[in-house]
Design a protein around this ligand. Structure first.
Ligand SMILES: [Zn+2]
Length: 385
C-alpha cells in the first residue's frame, strides 16, 4: 500500500519514528512515541515541510496516511478543517498572527481526532510570537499537534525547542535520489544519475530536471551564463535571464496544479451547489486556497532561483575539477568542452572565490533578500576575472 511517507527520500530514520507516532496517536493514551510538539530541521531540499505535512496527513487519515483518501488530499490544500499549514511570505511571523491562529485552533478537532498545525518557517517567529506560541504548546491535554519546521535547531527559541521532539532530516545521497527517480518516476538510469548529481541531492529539483524538457533546457542556459559575462552590462543581463528562467519554470509547474486543486475543492463543496451557505462557504475556501497558492508560487520562484544558483556553483566546481586534472568526476559532463576551454583562462583561486560568492547569494536569498538585486550583485562578482 502506498503511503504519504513514500515521498521522503533518504529519511528512513524519520519515517520509522513518525509511523510509530501515528500508531501511538491512535491508542488514545499519551505515550512516549506521540507528543504534541515537534521540530523538523534539515538542509534545503531535504523535505522538512513535506515530512511535516505527510505526518499531518497520517495523523488525520483513517488509513494512517494513504495519500489517496479525502482526508489526506484535503489536508494538503487547506481544505481540511483540522489541518492548518502556515506558510509565510514575510520576513517574520508576528504575534498578532499567532494570536489569531490560536483562536482558530482553540476548538476541539471537528473530526474527533487531532488538530494539526504545520508551521513551515518557525525560524521566522518574532520573540513575542514565539512566546505566545509557547503558552499553547505548554498547555496540557489539548488535541492539537504542533509541527514546526526550521533550517536548524538554533533557529528556534530555546524555550520552544526544549518542549519539542526534534527530527533532523538529512540531505539524501546522490544514490538514493537516483534510485527513486528510476523506480518511482520511471526515469532511465543514465538520466536519473545525471539529474541527481546536478541537483546535489535535492530530490524535487532532480525529478523536475529529469522529467521536464523546459527545466533541462533552462539548466543548460544557466550553466552557460558564466561564459557570457564579458562586461558589466552582460552581467546585469545575465541576472535578468536567470530570474526570468526561474520564474517561468516555477509558474509552469504551479499553474496546472493550482487549477486541479481549485477544481477538487469545488467538487468537495459540490460544484454548482445552490444552497446559500454552501456557495459562500465554497467561495471563501477558494479564496483561501488562492491566497495559499500565491504564497506557494512566491516560494517556488525563490526555490527555483536557488536551484539556478546551485547549477552555477556546479559549473565552478567543474572548473576546479578540470584544473585539478580530474575530468572524470565532472558533474556537468554534457558541457565538458565549453567548461574545459573556460577553465584554461581561469585561476583555481578565482573559481573558489566565485563559489563562495554564490553561496553567499544563496544565504541572502534565504533571508528574503530581493532576488533581482541579489543576482545582479552576484553576476557582477562572477564577471570579474
Ligand atoms: Zn488517507
Amino acid at each position: 500500500m502506498s503511503s504519504v511517507f513514500d515521498d521522503l527520500v533518504g529519511q528512513e530514520h524519520i519515517i520509522d519514528i513518525l509511523n510509530s507516532a501515528v500508531v501511538a496517536s491512535r491508542s488514545g493514551s499519551d505515550s512516549q512515541e506521540m507528543t504534541h510538539a515537534w521540530v523538523f530541521t534539515g538542509p534545503p531540499g531535504s523535505g522538512k515541510s513535506s515530512a511535516a505535512v505527510a505526518f499531518a496527513q497520517a495523523l488525520i487519515c483513517p488509513n494512517q496516511g494513504c495519500g489517496a483518501c479525502n482526508e489526506c488530499q484535503s489536508a494538503t490544500t487547506g481544505g481540511h478543517p483540522d489541518v492548518e499549514i502556515i506558510r509565510t511570505e514575510g520576513l517574520s511571523i508576528k504575534v498578532e498572527e499567532i494570536r489569531e491562529l490560536l483562536t482558530r485552533v482553540a476548538w476541539a478537532p471537528s473530526m474527533g481526532g487531532w488538530r494539526v498545525v504545520v508551521m513551515e518557517d518557525a525560524d521566522r517567529l518574532t520573540e513575542s510570537a514565539a512566546n505566545a506560541l509557547l503558552k499553547a504548546i505548554e498547555e496540557p491535554g489539548t488535541r492539537t499537534v504542533w509541527l514546526l519546521c526550521a533550517p536548524t535547531l538554533h533557529d528556534v527559541l530555546p524555550t520552544i525547542r526544549s518542549r519539542c521532539r526534534h527530527l533532523q532530516l538529512r540531505t539524501p545521497s546522490i544514490e538514493a535520489v537516483t534510485q527513486v527517480l528510476i523506480k518511482r518516476d520511471k526515469i532511465s538510469p543514465t538520466m536519473a544519475d545525471f539529474a541527481a548529481r546536478v541537483s546535489q541531492g535535492h530530490i524535487g529539483r532532480a525529478r523536475y530536471l529529469a522529467t521536464k524538457e523546459l527545466v533541462s533546457s533552462n539548466r543548460k542556459m544557466i550553466i552557460q551564463l558564466p561564459l557570457q559575462l564579458g562586461s558589466l552590462a552582460a552581467a546585469f543581463q545575465a541576472a535578468q535571464t536567470l530570474i526570468d528562467l526561474a520564474t517561468d519554470e516555477a509558474s509552469i509547474s504551479s499553474e496546472s496544479r493550482d487549477e486541479k486543486e481549485i477544481e477538487k475543492l469545488q467538487e468537495a463543496y459540490g460544484k454548482g451547489a445552490t444552497g446559500r451557505g454552501m456557495a459562500t462557504g465554497a467561495a471563501k475556501a477558494v479564496k483561501e486556497l488562492e491566497k495559499e497558492q500565491k504564497s506557494r508560487s512566491t516560494r517556488m520562484v525563490r526555490d527555483s532561483i536557488d536551484g539556478a544558483l546551485v547549477y552555477l556553483a556546479t559549473f565552478y566546481r567543474d572548473v576546479m575539477m578540470l584544473q585539478a586534472g580530474s575530468a572524470g568526476s565532472m558533474i556537468n559532463s554534457d558541457m565538458q568542452a565549453e567548461i574545459e576551454s573556460y577553465a584554461l583562462s581561469f585561476s583555481a583561486h578565482s573559481a573558489i572565490q566565485k563559489m563562495v560568492n554564490i553561496m553567499e547569494a544563496r544565504e541572502h536569498l534565504a533571508m528574503n533578500a530581493a532576488p533581482l538585486v541579489t543576482c545582479e550583485a552576484l553576476m557582477c562578482k562572477l564577471a570579474r576575472p
